[in-house]
Design a protein around this ligand. Structure first.
Ligand SMILES: C[S@@+](CC[C@H](N)C(=O)[O-])C[C@H]1O[C@@H](n2cnc3c(N)ncnc32)[C@H](O)[C@@H]1O
Length: 211
């Protein structure tokens, strides 16, 4: 991932954002030591943003598409009140195993349910209104995730979508993944079912509220 903000400013924003709990720092270290593509983990800046937004929205059901090693799921679980839960989807067994171990070791892990299998199937099986979601998995499916989740989101519910600037490649899409992200950004910008702001946090985060 190419930094979009100059490195010194990204570091400053990191340093001036309150620290994540030690279990999340340990998880980040374990992810870097054991996993391929550890940079997929959201990290402090975006993780604290997720936690804060969850706390403000007080959701019952949070849906995450793309668990990886569990950093963002744990960040969101930390922001929940006692009636809330996170359902998170993953297809990679190695990532699932690290995430499950991290959930078991965390005081917030009992608020998380990991569903192993393709996210579109998991979303289709959800039969209660979604209050808050975080889309952060395979980019080609982004438009499909958005439609399926929007349909199941209650009015006023929030959808966050990660990597929507894709290291700046959305300016000149030249591959299928970038085209899918750019197509979704184009659609959201004129979608009268929602209000949105595209935040330039980290690799770009869409903040979408269902009307
Ligand atoms: C960018 S990572 C998620 C990072 C995570 N949200 C975090 O902050 O640590 C994307 C994850 O989506 C998973 N994934 C890819 N395709 C998927 C699918 N069809 N269904 C569920 N998960 C999928 C990948 O295995 C990968 O672990």
């Amino acid at each position: 991932m190419k930094p979009l903000v100059i490195e010194a400013i990204e570091q400053y924003a990191h340093d001036k954002t309150q620290a994540e709990p030690p279990q999340l720092r340990d998880l980040e270290e374990r992810t870097h030591a054991e996993m391929q593509y550890p940079q997929m983990l959201t990290g402090r800046l975006e993780g604290r943003l997720l936690k804060l937004l969850v706390r403000l929205c007080n959701p019952r059901l949070v849906l995450e598409v793309g668990t990886f090693t569990g950093y963002s799921a744990l960040s969101m679980a930390e922001g929940l009140s006692e009636h809330g839960k996170v359902v998170t989807c993953e297809v990679n067994p190695a990532a699932r195993d690290v995430a499950q171990a991290a959930f078991e070791a965390s005081p917030f892990g009992n608020r998380i349910e990991l569903r192993f299998g393709p996210a579109l199937d998991t979303i289709a099986a959800i039969d209660e209104p979604i209050d808050f979601s975080f889309i952060d998995a395979d980019k080609q499916n982004y438009p499909a995730y958005y439609e399926s989740i929007l349909e199941r989101t209650r009015p006023g519910g929030l959808i966050l979508i990660d990597n929507v600037l894709w290291s700046g490649r959305v300016l000149e899409p030249a591959d299928d993944e970038t085209e899918a992200i750019a197509l979704l950004n184009d659609r959201i910008a004129v979608d009268d079912r929602v209000e949105n702001v595209l935040l330039t946090v980290r690799d770009g985060v869409q903040l979408v509220v269902k009307k």
